[in-house]
Each structure stands twice: as structure tokens, then as C-alpha cells.
Design a protein around this ligand. Structure first.
Ligand code: WT7
Length: 648
């Protein structure tokens, strides 16, 4: 079994900043005396306006749930990501932008970044945006996305980035939830040679009667494509930034002032607005970025995520820029113009650190070694993986073919909620096991519990919890602190419940086994089954729907939807197509079901609860072990579903 294969720290990493002994000593110190440990890190790594005197004030208790780090200190995130680097490194490249079209790329220096961010910050102020106001970003992967995040941070506005692949409806919901006053977008985005009508989607979202707060739509001209225009509301980005000063003093922010909201799917209801604050978040993003990737001055670092996800926030923008890194931002897709694009970009920009998702690795692996071998990749030193468990086969291919057996792979486990990486190897300190996220980062205390919350010792499986806070932890669900408690702290007392299951092996290495709730991970994108179900039942033909995941070779998990039709509608291939398109339109392309099965009835308990365990088995084509079906209200529906499934 490849599971037991161990790849020791390579020779070339024996002198890395953190070796095994340092890891162990520092880890121990971080757990035994977190206050001293984090105070030192925070003083070393960040520039404070007003130094903090309190380090940590945390309670996970129901009636007193609060998480505060460095609470009497003040600082500005944009200052830490830009201004403090200017004195000696203004001409260093901050962002390398690689366009969808391989002919297009640009280098943006820290000096230029400063001017762009200041101008946009002033433009936002000129449109009335003040500290604490919310600004929604719905953007392509262009430098303006990073400028916009940092411009908000500079003036203390709270950004909410909505992934550019979400539908107008999903965008509208997210605007309504945070009551933002500005949307920053572009005319169109470009991916894989095709355009996506971002501005048109914004127009449609803003038509919703529920959206009442938007005063300004700032539009970046990316393609020059045809768009509608509403005078007074719509403003060209390039005109707005020309009309203002090139300097904007950073706003003094308390360490616990909000930095951003990022919506993520849960097992029930609408997406949650995960709220991250200023000091702890930035410290954690910066520290993990430096140590997990063994970032060294001069390195070219590339994370392939989209800024619409937390990975883009922490590991394209905030962590790297706080560390004065050169961060590469890629507008395109791995398969355009051809499936060697990633490797070509690595050679073109001499990338040293490359961070991507297992789904991309699996998709590229299917094309064989040829496209990889057509490139050099000699510049690579560290490889990273994020978003879902990486299967050992994909790990081995990534290691041997992409990395030529030279580069450690850091399999980084974390979540939108955690702000940064919690379980991961460190390149110079950790022996690697394909498929294992290995060891906790400093200050992180993972543990396993059984369903009653009893802590489990030794090599075993269980629910993954974190016993104490770390600075990057989310602080609340925006506008719904009770939901924050219910989602993460109600299942098990006084610990953070991750929603994931995990296994700890004999060596104390951690293996994430996947979500324990009704959250799917489709190509590294998090999707709530409940969201897809409510999209389906919003269609007139659907009276009831149940969505489950099933193993998918490339996506990790695929989406399987069972649909019960309203009286008067008949099953047909046409209707399958229509319903799939419907979900795509309601939520976005990433939510489109891979399979849709008509179900005259769904397996339910006598109290009416849908038995998803059975639906998952049927979706997996595994009928051998359906478990106890005696509690079903109508046991016959299972046979009907299996019959239908087999006939497809
Ligand atoms: C869920 C969080 C972390 C940023 C991107 C996704 C799964 C994430 C790993 C990994 C196994 C992983 C977990 C987690 N996950 N990384 N290295 N190994 N599983 O953030 O959308 O908040 O999703 O992704 O199930 O709970 P997210």
C-alpha cells in the first residue's frame, strides 16, 4: 500500500529554516505558552500602529462565545502588505499577472501596487465608502481584484469577494446578506478563450427587489465587450481612479476590526458569511505562507486558486504580499491553449513554489506525462496541494512527474473558516506520506472525538476537532453569531468542530477522510447539498429533491440529484437537461448535477427524514451493504430506485 510509503526530507532541504528539531521545539512552545509564542510572532512579522498588550481572549462557551487576538493593538493590512516594503524594495515585482492569452503578462512593482491601491481607495472614498462599509467584488483574475481587496483594507471597508462563476441570483443573495453599497466588477472575464458576462450578471443581480443598497458599480474595462450602462450608478474604474489623488493614508484599524466576509456553503440553509478580522488573520496568513512553502526572498510563488475562494485571499494576496513575495496571478485555465499551460507558465516566469488543487492534478494526469515532459520545470522547489484529499496515485504523479522527484509536496488541510493552513508538512521538517496532511502547524491542537465527544487516543478514526483557538480563526458568521455557535461549537463542547472526519496513524500523522456533514467537495469547490436541493425545488416540475455526492475520478466528488416530480410532469431526457441547466443558472456552473435520477419516492424514516446514507450507496452503484432499511416508512422505494439506477 502506497499509504505506508514515506518520503524523507530531501537532502537539499536539510538546511531549511525549520528542521525537524526546530519544528518540535517550536510546536511545543506554541502549545505550552501560546501567549508568548504568538506575541513574539505578531511583533516580529507585522508592523503595528499601536502595539498590543493583550494577546488572546477566547471562549468557545455557548453563552460567551468570543475569539479575540491582539485586541488592543492597531494596524493597517494594506500598509503591512505594501507601504512597509517601499523604502527598500519599491521596484521589486509584487504581482506577476499571466493572462488567459499566453501573449499577455505584466509585472506590477510594489511602487505601482501602492499607487493603484491608493487611487482606488480614494475613488471608493469619493463614492462615500467609509470604514466598516461593505464592498462586494465580482471580478476576473486580474490585478484589479487584488487592488480592490487592498483598497478596501486601506480605508477599513469590509470586502466580500463573490466568485466570478456564481450566478446573478447567488451574487444578489450575498449582496443582500451584507448590505454592501458598492460592487466592483469588470465588463467581462476571459477564461480558456471564452468570455463571461460579469457586468450583465451584476445588472441582473441588481434588478432583484431584495437588493436595495447598491449605489455604485465600478467597472473595469477588461475586454471592451458590449455592456449596458446605468448613468449615476455605473462608473468606469479607469475614470474613477484618474479623478483622484495618487496617495491615500492608511486607516488605523483595531486588530479585531473586520477585514473581510467570505461566503461559504454549509450543510443547511443559505451560505454563511465567514468573518475574518485584521491582526490575527494577517499574522496567520503571513506566517503560514512563509513557513509552509519555505518562502525565501526572491522566490516566485504561484497559487492557482481564484481570489473568489479563501485560498486566493490568504495565499495569493494577503500572506504573500505581507511577506514581500512575488505572487503570480493567473487569469486562465490549465487546459488553454493546451494542457501543458501550467508547466509552460512555470518555465516562463521561473516559478519556484507552485500550489494547486488535486482536481487539477488528476485532470492533467489523464493526459499522460507528455505535456509535462515538454517543459523544464527546473525552477520548482516546493509543490503544494489544497482543497480536498489528494489520492496517493495523484500525489505520486505530482511528485515524480511534475516535481521530478526533487520537490516536497505540502498537502495543506484547512478551511475558509480557519483563515490559513492548520495541518501540513513543512518542507524541511516533515517526512511525507502520499495522501496525508501529516502534522499540525504551530499553535494548532487537532484531536479526534467519537460521536459523544469523548476524545480518542492513539491510531484511530474520528471527528476532527481543534481544541484551542489560533489567530486566523473566523470570528463569527456575519450578522448571525448564533449560527456561528450552532455550526462549529454546539456539536462538541468547548472545541471547534471542523465538519471533517480524520484518522491519526501510528506516527501521529493526520489523514483527512472528508466531510461528515452534507457538504460536498466538487473539484475543490465547497457546495451545500441543501443549496442545490432548494434550487431544484424552485423549479415548477420538482416537488422534492435530495442531493448526495459520489466518488468522481477527476472532481473528487460528483453531484447526484434525486428528483421527485410534481403531478402532471413526466420524466424525460429533455427534463433532465432542463433541470441541470436550471441549477446551473440558479447557482452557477459548478453546481450542475452530474447525474439526475427521477425518483417516484425517496427513502424516508417514519418521521420523514430522508435517509441519505442509502441514497449515497445507490449513487455509488453499491447495493451490497445498504444497512438497516427496516426503519423506512416505505421500504419498497429503495428497490424502485435501484431498479431505475441500474436501467440507466
Ligand atoms: C474543506 C474546506 C482550504 C481552502 C480551500 C477549501 C477540504 C481542504 C484539504 C486537504 C483533505 C481538504 C476539507 C475542508 N479540504 N483541504 N489538504 N485534504 N481535505 O476551503 O471551501 O472552506 O473547504 O475542504 O473537507 O473541510 P473550503
Amino acid at each position: 500500500m502506497s499509504e505506508h510509503k514515506v518520503y524523507p526530507v530531501p537532502e537539499s532541504f536539510q538546511n531549511a529554516r525549520i528542521d525537524r528539531e526546530q519544528y518540535e521545539a517550536m510546536y511545543r512552545a506554541s502549545i505550552e505558552d501560546p501567549e508568548t509564542f504568538w506575541a513574539e510572532q505578531a511583533r516580529q512579522r507585522l508592523d503595528w500602529i499601536k502595539p498590543f498588550s493583550k494577546v488572546k481572549d477566547v471562549s468557545f462557551a455557548r453563552d460567551d462565545l468570543h475569539i479575540r487576538w491582539f485586541e488592543d493593538g492597531s494596524l493597517n493590512v494594506a500598509y503591512n502588505c505594501i507601504d512597509r516594503h517601499l523604502a527598500e524594495h519599491a521596484e521589486q515585482t509584487a504581482i506577476i499577472w499571466e493572462g488567459d492569452d499566453p501573449e499577455q503578462s505584466r509585472h506590477i512593482s510594489y511602487r505601482e501596487l501602492h499607487e493603484q491601491v491608493c487611487r482606488l481607495a480614494n475613488a471608493l472614498k469619493a463614492r462615500g465608502v467609509r470604514k466598516g462599509d461593505r464592498v462586494t467584488l465580482y471580478m476576473p483574475m486580474i490585478p484589479e481584484a487584488a487592488y480592490a481587496m487592498l483598497a478596501c483594507a486601506r480605508i477599513g471597508a469590509i470586502h466580500s469577494v463573490v466568485f466570478g462563476g456564481f450566478s446573478p441570483g447567488a451574487l444578489a443573495n450575498r449582496i443582500v446578506d451584507c448590505q454592501s453599497s458598492v460592487v466592483i466588477t469588470a465588463d467581462e472575464s476571459v477564461r480558456g478563450g471564452r468570455t463571461v458576462p460579469l457586468k450583465r450578471n451584476v445588472d441582473e443581480a441588481l434588478k432583484s427587489d431584495d437588493v436595495t443598497t447598491i449605489e455604485t458599480v465600478l467597472v473595469v474595462k477588461r475586454t471592451g465587450g458590449d455592456i449596458d450602462w446605468q448613468d449615476g450608478r455605473d462608473v468606469w474604474y479607469h475614470e474613477a481612479i484618474e479623478a483622484v489623488e495618487a496617495d491615500c493614508p492608511p486607516e488605523e484599524m483595531n486588530a479585531e476590526d473586520p477585514l473581510f466576509i467570505l461566503y461559504t456553503s454549509g450543510s443547511t440553509g443559505k451560505p454563511k458569511g465567514v468573518l475574518h478580522t485584521t491582526g490575527g488573520y494577517l499574522l496567520y496568513a503571513a506566517m503560514t505562507h512563509e513557513l509552509v512553502f519555505d518562502y525565501r526572498p526572491g522566490d516566485i510563488y504561484w497559487c492557482t486558486a481564484d481570489v473568489g475562494w479563501v485560498t486566493g485571499h490568504s495565499y495569493i494576496v494577503y500572506g504573500p504580499l505581507a511577506n514581500r513575495a512575488t505572487t503570480l496571478m493567473f487569469e486562465g485555465v490549465p487546459s488553454y491553449p493546451d494542457n501543458a499551460r501550467f508547466w509552460q507558465v512555470i518555465d516562463k516566469h521561473q516559478v519556484n513554489i507552485f500550489y494547486t488543487a488535486p482536481t487539477a492534478i488528476r485532470a492533467l494526469m489523464r493526459d499522460g506525462d507528455g505535456p509535462v515532459k515538454s517543459t523544464s520545470r527546473k525552477s520548482l522547489r516546493v509543490l503544494g496541494s489544497v482543497g480536498e484529499p489528494i489520492n496517493p496515485q495523484a500525489w505520486e504523479w505530482y511528485y515524480h512527474v511534475v516535481g521530478d522527484g526533487r520537490c516536497p509536496i505540502v498537502d495543506t488541510w484547512w478551511q475558509t473558516e480557519t483563515g490559513g493552513i492548520l495541518i501540513t508538512p513543512l518542507p524541511g521538517a516533515t517526512d511525507l506520506k502520499p495522501g496525508s496532511a501529516t502534522k499540525p502547524f504551530f499553535g494548532v491542537q487537532p484531536a479526534l472525538v467519537d460521536t459523544d465527544g469523548n476524545e480518542l487516543e492513539g491510531a484511530t478514526n474520528g471527528a476532527l476537532i481543534i481544541k484551542d483557538s489560533w489567530p486566523g480563526q473566523m470570528r463569527t458568521v456575519y450578522g448571525d453569531h448564533e449560527r456561528f455557535y450552532q455550526t462549529y461549537f454546539a456539536t462538541f463542547d468547548n472545541v471547534y468542530f471542523t465538519g471533517d472526519g480524520a484518522r491519526r496513524d501510528e506516527d501521529g500523522d493526520w489523514w483527512i477522510t472528508g466531510r461528515m456533514d452534507d457538504v460536498l467537495n466538487v473539484s475543490g469547490h465547497r457546495m451545500g447539498t441543501a443549496e442545490i436541493e432548494s434550487a431544484l425545488v424552485a423549479h415548477e416540475a420538482v416537488s422534492e429533491a435530495a442531493v448526495v455526492g459520489f466518488p468522481h475520478d477527476v472532481k473528487g466528488q460528483g453531484i447526484y440529484a434525486y428528483v421527485t416530480l410534481t403531478a402532471g410532469f413526466e420524466p424525460s431526457d429533455e427534463l433532465i437537461g432542463e433541470l441541470s441547466q436550471w441549477v446551473r443558472k440558479e447557482i452557477g456552473p459548478i453546481a450542475k448535477p452530474d447525474y439526475l435520477q427521477f425518483a417516484p419516492g425517496l427513502p424516508k424514516t417514519r418521521s420523514g427524514k430522508i435517509m441519505r446514507r442509502i441514497l449515497r450507496k445507490i449513487a455509488e452503484n453499491d447495493y451490497s451493504n445498504l444497512g438497516d432499511t427496516s426503519t423506512l416508512a416505505e421500504p419498497g422505494v429503495v428497490d424502485d430506485l435501484i431498479g431505475n439506477r441500474m436501467n440507466r
